[in-house]
Design a protein around this ligand. Structure first.
Ligand SMILES: *[C@@H]1O[C@H](CO)[C@@H](O)[C@H](O)[C@H]1NC(C)=O
Ligand SMILES: *[C@@H]1O[C@H](CO)[C@@H](O)[C@H](O)[C@H]1NC(C)=O
Length: 301
């Protein structure tokens, strides 16, 4: 209900002014999961040229697996495609919504190499986004996450800057759930907002080999609209023996994303990830992201 108002309160920072960019989108919960569809709609509303290429069904936890898609015998997740409909397919009336019958990374690979360029006169995407995942992807979950796997693949193998989004509020929702629950809309707004901030910061959108791991807390009575959330720069893993982090919030050790998630309030963790090992990127890369996101970021209390 507040969502239409939110669209006016939180306009995309300048995506329309920039004319929007080419975005390839995936996830690991499946192409017909509502979170990824709400995010798709929010990116379109921000003026971006978005193509979804995601697994035909829930492939959560498949990390970086990549296997050629094979023809489906049964229907896709939530009966979202008919049985025996081949190895890849799309929504006939919304052909930018595509499924690939394989793992998340395979879906991202097809999206980048084959599906996206069909809509972009052969061009590659400017940015890759994944999720929002149904459930958090913090610290020890990161290496196993397919959501993270697709972002790391895009950056590490294709040199395309990437952002992985996850939301703590879980419970599966099919693409055609009506009305759309607020958590799906709030996560979509937040993810689009961060995407727009990265886009507005200009090219290169992120340093080489860097991806962002973004985790939203539960959408609750308190955290029920995008305007209530604050963004905190974080680390993926604790930094006990690591070199200093970028100077932020009066120190040189960033909070872990788990610290941010456990904090009281509506705090979103934004970790600067190193695509080479799915750990926290060094201070020099953190500093670039800090400068780009600037005024969006807050400190934990
Ligand atoms: C996908 O499957 C995993 C377990 O394999 C489960 O934890 C997760 O909630 C499922 N996600 C969806 C969107 O169904
Ligand atoms: C396909 O897209 C149409 C809108 O063009 C929508 O009504 C329908 O629910 C979509 N189905 C799936 C499975 O995406």
């Amino acid at each position: 209900m507040h969502i239409h108002r939110l669209l006016f309160l939180l306009p995309p920072i300048s995506a329309h002014a920039l004319g929007g960019i080419r975005i390839i989108q995936s996830n690991d919960d499946g192409w017909a999961e509502l979170y990824v569809r709400s995010f798709h709609d929010a990116l379109v509303a921000s003026g971006h040229d978005v193509v979804l290429s995601a697994p035909a069904e829930n492939k959560s936890g498949s990390s970086s697996l990549d296997v050629e898609p094979h023809p489906r015998a049964t229907s896709c997740q939530y009966s979202s495609c008919p049985p025996a409909s081949g190895p890849i397919g799309c929504n006939a009336t919304s052909p930018r919504l595509n499924w690939v019958n394989s793992f998340p990374v395979t879906a991202m690979r097809y999206g980048i190499e084959t599906i996206g360029p069909q809509f972009w006169n052969g061009a590659a995407p400017d940015l890759a986004v994944s999720g929002p995942n149904v459930g958090s992807n913090l610290f020890l979950q990161v290496p196993f996450s397919g959501t993270v796997g697709t972002a790391v693949y895009a950056v590490g193998q294709k040199g395309i800057p990437a952002i992985a989004f996850s939301g703590a509020s879980h419970g599966t929702l099919s693409w055609n759930t009506t009305p759309v629950p607020e958590r799906s809309l709030v996560y979509a707004e937040l993810a689009a907002r961060l995407t727009d901030a990265v886009v507005a910061s200009g090219k290169p959108y992120l340093p080489p080999n860097v991806w962002l791991n973004v985790n939203f807390p539960e959408a609750s009575d308190e955290c029920n609209s995008a305007a209530n959330f604050k963004w905190v720069l974080s680390r993926i893993n604790p930094g006990i023996f690591s070199p200093a982090d970028v100077q932020q919030c009066g120190g040189t050790r960033l909070p872990t994303e788990t610290d941010v998630a456990n904090g009281d309030g509506c705090y979103v963790s934004v970790s600067v990830g190193d695509a080479r090992d799915k750990s926290t990127a060094p201070a020099a890369e953190q500093a670039v992201v800090l400068k780009k996101l600037g005024s969006l970021l807050s400190c934990l209390p």
